[in-house]
Design a protein around this ligand. Structure first.
Ligand code: 5GP
Length: 176
């Protein structure tokens, strides 16, 4: 833990999640939206966000693996699809972090094929200097600089997902 520096505290995350939840409650006050979390990274955000949502809602998960050959190219593979039928439904995608934008683009295009009534993209974190998007992320928790972060669901080599805040590697710590 001493190799890490706290970037976003659990308290800050919790209060931002409350704001996001009220925005979504407002948007879907007369609907039953379906929240789709992108595994594995969004599991903690999804759990905390849904606990703050007051409207009736459903949930499901999708699992992807992304491989980045370089910053601008890469492929996304579907490892687990959603079970729910989202045609005609109000869908809320819950992502941990948008980096290049490749993953969120893949999800957006795949979900659009099923013809949902609406598609809302929510990401806890966004690296705006890196993301080359020609569509908006509807709700962003925090914009961060282009550095690698872990914790609150985000891993390095599958570890550190259990940290309760978002951490960056300390200056001078060459390795995890
Ligand atoms: P994108 O497809 O937008 O380039 O990347 C999205 C995925 O890459 C995220 O869902 C996450 O799994 C991973 N990722 C991107 N940036 C970071 C980061 O700073 N830390 C961690 N742990 N994962 C990241």
């Amino acid at each position: 833990m001493d190799k890490f520096e706290l970037l976003i505290s659990p308290d800050k995350i919790a209060s931002r999640i409350k704001e996001i939840a009220s925005e979504l409650d407002e948007k879907f006050q007369n609907e039953v939206p379906i929240f789709i979390g992108i595994l594995n990274g969004s599991f903690m955000f999804m759990a905390d966000l849904l606990r703050q949502i007051s409207v009736d809602c459903e949930m499901d998960f999708i699992k992807l693996s992304s491989y980045h050959g370089s910053a601008s190219s890469g492929t996304v593979r579907l490892l687990k699809d959603i079970s729910a039928d989202i045609t005609g439904r109000h869908v809320v995608i819950v992502e941990d972090i948008v980096d290049s934008g490749l993953t969120i683009r893949f999800i957006k295009e795949r979900m659009a094929e099923a013809d949902p009534a609406s598609l809302t993209l929510v990401s806890l974190l966004l690296k705006p200097e890196l993301a080359k998007l020609d569509f908006p992320i509807d709700i962003v928790g925090f914009e961060i600089s282009p550095e690698f972060v872990v914790g609150y669901g985000l891993d390095y080599d599958q570890k550190f997902r259990n940290f309760d805040g978002i951490y960056r590697l300390k200056e001078g710590s060459a390795d995890f």
